[in-house]
Design a protein around this ligand. Structure first.
Ligand code: IPT
Length: 992
């Protein structure tokens, strides 16, 4: 292999020939030509292929067509290799800065015609907005340069190489390079030219760059402009028509700050933008200006003088078919979905997104933490030995990355923090990046989580801190040491605003505890909220051998080293479906809070600065989930941070039904992201009269019996239930198992607050060891009395001395059938249980059960630590829609606090159940599913579930919480399910 080539792919510098300094990604009317489209393409398995393809007259007729932008591994159905998913691991040997000779290399060629008239352009610039990971460029056979920094823009001056008429541009892209060591983000490795390629005609005396820094203070706006242009480019004029601004700068020296007496500020809530132009004779640049001042005062992070609370998400660029290729419509819909779910902030994990995304964030309104393209997480494995972050050889590459990041996006009002990168350890190169940002942009603080001791960053940031740790950070008196800090460093960190750059790992079913974090944020002003990990699953749409579509994750493409489904940890599934966790998030962070009093409700506006003039309020009363009254609630406009008490309408309370009052804040008018009437916040008050729970039924005399009898709708043979309302049934059987969630499978050490978990061992593993998924039963007793049957079962697992006694008592009183099941564990169970309840299997027969209607909590699934989105009401659903299609099948579908349940077939009721509370007032939940927990646990993807021939009804006396242990703390003790005695009471009848 030629040594020159080795030099290039192992080169730790950012490349040769790209224009510096980097500049803003501007909307200019100067001519440009998109080179997106079909290119000729050849893929080679190594980097050491001849470069003859770069010459003009190279014959590429036997090459293939490749779309630009795209990732070659997502094109051609595997013809060009496959995607690789790793989280922290490097998919190549750790031999920095070298990469293996097996280095997929894509050669691209296309012809373009230089538009007539461009010969007047002073310069012709070729811009690449994103190429992974290292590329070289030739124009008409002349080598122009090379660059790395996959998610960063690079421009090259090609003036002297282009000519009128046809031109040939050739690009060589290496998948692996030294840069791969600093781009070790938790995502798919997706090589290729994946963002736009554009040819720009830069006019003589054009405006090279502009930066309109803005400020806002007590109604006044401030602009501090910076213009990069030759003397010949002047005069240059700034115009903001809506504000009557027309400022002519005759020379460079005239470019000076200006004050505007009255402006509407920009905020994530009211993203007011002013259209501005900066123009001269040669070109006009259009900008959207938003006035806001970002500032840290003490331990407060303020915008326009008011504390910001981030209700944020980590957003990767991911699309199930396009990978990181930007699709503006898709991105706009994603951001609109965030707004509808009360998300107000985005961390661009872990690199700058396509530049248009920031235009959308400015327009729709988000606080943005803009992160640089940098992560060296794999060095963690070797205790950060050789980490580029502290190696002077890498200094220039680090600085180049942050300069390109800041320069490209500096005009966006939505960006309120610059982030140096993610999980890159710590070191002097990071400190150098920070000081460069400080010298370049005094208006935005610097974030980087890895600076644990707070040596070079302005805000204190952590990921996955537990609730007690977060509380310790929020308070002063605490002696709790902070991660990686001496006491003095901890004290320094407590002088800064705190945010959780990642928290609440939303992998699979979960997370729990959003509400506990939110409570802390409300209690401690130093805590500024955080960013959920993460917004969206990164599944790639693939097909099984027999053509069935599914969302692929790590390992599905035969990778040797991969991290499985750790890439599926979003609150939105790969196909865009919001999961229940997103609904939970929305409910927990809702910007309006209601506190009920006897005949009043206190309405608190928790927003940053917007009042409630955009909202209407409405109320309704339901009796057992059926609406009986409704109306509008008169609420005066409430300013941000203020609370107002308003009278409630008189509520009609039913004597024989539950009476619930619901209030809602809804959008008064349509917005860019939701229709009029969209619900922003909601709350319920229970106004029911207390009603007596019927006493437990007793039978004075039991006698041994055959157990073959009919009790109302139930038929028993040998003590076993065989039919209910004329349908075959088996059960009830004790079920302690749930198909482990990703959090149940998590083995993090953060279990100090859960008494039964073991550090480094997942709860799911403990459950498997105890055999919870393979319980066996021994019938101990069958007895009968008048209109009654009693069975006693001892349930246990092979090779275990632990057991659970289950007593079922069936009674018929006045024609009403009741089952009372008492579940009593032996002593000595070492773990928490995933669930405790009974299961009925209902074979399809001629009338498969395909629907449910219930009165209880809904409409979506809920678990003890993720229950805030659930409300009390009457709901219906198909059995199919009761389950969420998590990328890896797992426990789903639990509806809490059940009162009444109808099972339906083709819309007709076939069975009706009433669930009575136990003596402590606890109500069971239910899960209705086409698969058993054991079947679900055995499948790695939804399409691997077996064909189903029955519907399974679980009545759960309790379920274990969800937690966040896939990456973070285990279930909080209040929501852990400890083995203890539970009683279930069900009244069962046929169709009514
Ligand atoms: C953290 C990463 O920053 C993030 O990119 C993602 O990988 C997340 O974990 C897990 O999904 S790092 C982890 C060691 C806490």
């Amino acid at each position: 292999m030629p040594s020159e080539l080795t030099d290039l792919v192992s080169d730790v510098t950012p490349g040769r020939g790209a224009l510096r300094p980097a500049r803003s990604w501007l909307h200019s009317d100067a001519p440009s030509l998109s080179l997106n489209g079909s290119w000729r393409f050849r893929l080679s398995p190594t980097a050491s292929v001849t470069e003859d393809f770069a010459v003009e007259d190279f014959d590429d007729h036997d090459w293939e067509d490749m779309a630009v932008p795209s990732h070659w591994v997502l094109e051609g159905d595997g013809a060009y290799g496959r995607p690789i998913y790793t989280n922290v691991q490097f998919p190549f040997p750790m031999d920095p800065p070298h990469v293996p000779d097996e280095n997929p290399t894509g050669d691209y060629r296309r012809v373009f015609e230089l538009p007539a008239g461009w010969t007047d352009a002073e310069r012709v610039v070729l811009r690449f907005d994103g190429v992974e990971s290292l590329f070289r460029v030739w124009v008409n056979g002349v080598e122009i340069g090379s660059a790395s920094g996959s998610r960063l823009a690079h421009e090259f001056d090609v003036t002297s190489s282009v000519r009128p008429g046809d031109n040939v541009v050739a690009v060589r892209v290496h998948q692996w390079s030294a840069a791969s060591y600093v781009e070790d983000q938790d995502q798919w490795w997706l090589p290729g030219i994946f963002r736009d390629v554009t040819l720009l005609a830069r006019p003589a005396a054009g405006i090279e760059d502009v930066w309109l820094r803005t400020g806002f203070d007590s109604g006044r706006g401030h602009i501090d402009p910076e213009v990069v242009a030759d003397a010949a480019a002047f005069p240059i004029t700034l115009r903001i028509p809506e504000l009557g601004v027309e400022q002519v700068w005759a020379t460079k020296d005239d470019v000076a700050p200006l004050d505007i007496p009255e402006v509407t500020p920009w905020s994530a809530e009211r993203p007011h933008l002013y259209r501005a132009t900066v123009s001269n004779a040669a070109e006009t640049i259009s900008l959207s200006v938003g006035f806001r001042t970002v500032e840290i005062r003490g331990d407060q992070f303020l915008v326009n003088g008011r504390r910001v609370v981030f209700h944020g998400v980590n957003r990767h660029e991911t699309h199930p078919e396009r990978g990181r290729v930007f699709d503006e419509q898709h991105a706009r819909e994603d951001l609109a979905l965030m707004k509808r779910f009360n998300v107000n902030a985005i961390r661009t994990s872990h690199y700058p997104p396509h530049p248009r995304l920031l235009d959308l964030a400015d327009e729709l309104g988000f606080w943005v933490v803009l992160e640089c393209d940098l992560e060296t997480h794999g060095f963690h494995k070797v205790d950060w030995k050789g980490n580029p972050s502290d190696d002077p050889a890498w200094r220039e590459a680090y600085l180049d990355r942050i300069r390109r990041t800041v320069e490209r996006d500096k005009n966006h009002p939505s960006i309120v923090l610059w982030s140096l990168g993610n999980e890159a350890g710590t070191g002097s190169n990071l400190a150098a990046m920070s000081s460069w940002v400080h010298s370049r942009d005094a208006g935005r603080p610097v974030h980087y989580e890895g600076d644990h001791a707070g040596e070079y960053t302005d805000v204190y940031s952590r990921m996955y801190a537990s609730v007690p740790e977060t509380e310790a950070i929020g308070t002063d008196g605490s002696r709790v040491p902070l991660l990686g800090c001496t006491p003095a460093q901890g004290a320094r960190q407590r002088t800064k605003p705190f945010l959780l750059c990642e928290y609440a790992h939303a992998m699979g079913n979960g997370p729990g505890a959003f509400d506990q974090y939110e409570e802390l944020v409300r209690a401690h002003p130093r805590l500024h909220g955080g960013f959920v990990w993460e917004w969206r699953d990164h599944g790639i749409l693939a097909r099984t051998a027999d053509g069935r579509p599914f969302y692929a994750y790590g390992g599905d493409f035969g990778e040797t080293v991969h991290d499985g489904n750790f890439v599926m940890d979003g609150m939105v599934l790969s196909d865009g479906t919001p999961t229940p966790s997103l609904h939970e998030f929305k409910a927990v962070v809702q910007p309006v809070m209601f506190s009920f009093e006897a005949d009043k409700v206190a309405v608190t506006n928790l927003r940053h600065s917007a009042d409630t003039s955009d909202l209407r309020f409405r109320w309704r009363v339901e009796h057992d989930g059926r609406v009986v009254e409704s109306g509008e609630l008169e609420v005066p406009v409430i300013a941000a941070g203020v609370s107002g008490r308003v009278p409630l309408p008189p509520v009609t309370v039913a004597p024989d039904a539950e009476s619930w009052l619901t209030v809602e804040a809804v959008l008064a008018a349509e917005t860019a992201w939701a229709p009029q009437g969209h619900v922003v916040a909601t709350a319920q008050a229970d106004r029911s009269v207390r009603r007596r729970v019927p006493a437990a039924r007793t039978r004075p005399e039991w006698r041994a019996g055959t157990g073959t009898l009919a009790l109302g709708v139930a038929d028993f043979v040998g003590g076993s239930l065989v039919r209910l309302a004329d349908r075959a049934v088996s059960g009830p059987r004790l079920e302690l198992f749930r198909a482990p969630t990703d959090n149940d499978e998590g083995a993090s050490d953060e279990v100090e607050h859960s008494d039964a978990a073991v550090p480094g061992v997942s709860n799911a593993e403990l459950w498997r060891r105890e055999g919870l998924h393979r319980l066996t039963t021994r019938r101990v007793r069958v007895e009968q009395a008048a209109d009654a049957l009693r069975t006693v079962d001892k349930v246990s697992a092979a090779n275990s001395a632990l057991f659970v006694m289950v007593e079922c008592v069936w009674t018929l009183d006045g024609g009403e059938l009741e089952l009372r099941a008492q579940i009593e564990p032996s002593s000595g169970w070492p773990t928490v249980w995933p669930r405790v309840g009974i299961r009925f299997d209902l074979p399809d027969g001629t009338q498969p059960i395909d629907g449910a209607e219930w009165f209880g909590l809904g409409p979506l699934e809920s678990y003890p630590d993720s229950i805030r989105a659930a409300r009390t009401g009457r709901f219906s659903s198909s059995v199919r829609d009761l389950s969420v299609d998590y990328a890896r099948p797992q426990e789903t579908g639990h509806r809490s606090a059940l009162r009444e349940l109808s099972l339906t077939s083709g819309g007709m009721e076939v069975l009706h159940l009433v669930a009575l509370p136990d003596t402590r007032g606890r109500r069971p939940g239910f899960v209705l599913s086409r698969h058993t927990p054991q079947e679900i646990a055995a499948a790695d993807h939804p399409h691997e579930l077996p064909a189903s021939v029955a519907t399974h009804l679980h009545i759960d006396a309790a379920q274990h919480g969800l937690g966040s242990r896939a990456c973070g703390p285990d279930v909080w003790p209040d929501f852990a399910l400890r083995p203890e005695t539970y009683t279930l009471r069900l009244q069962i009848s046929g169709p009514r």
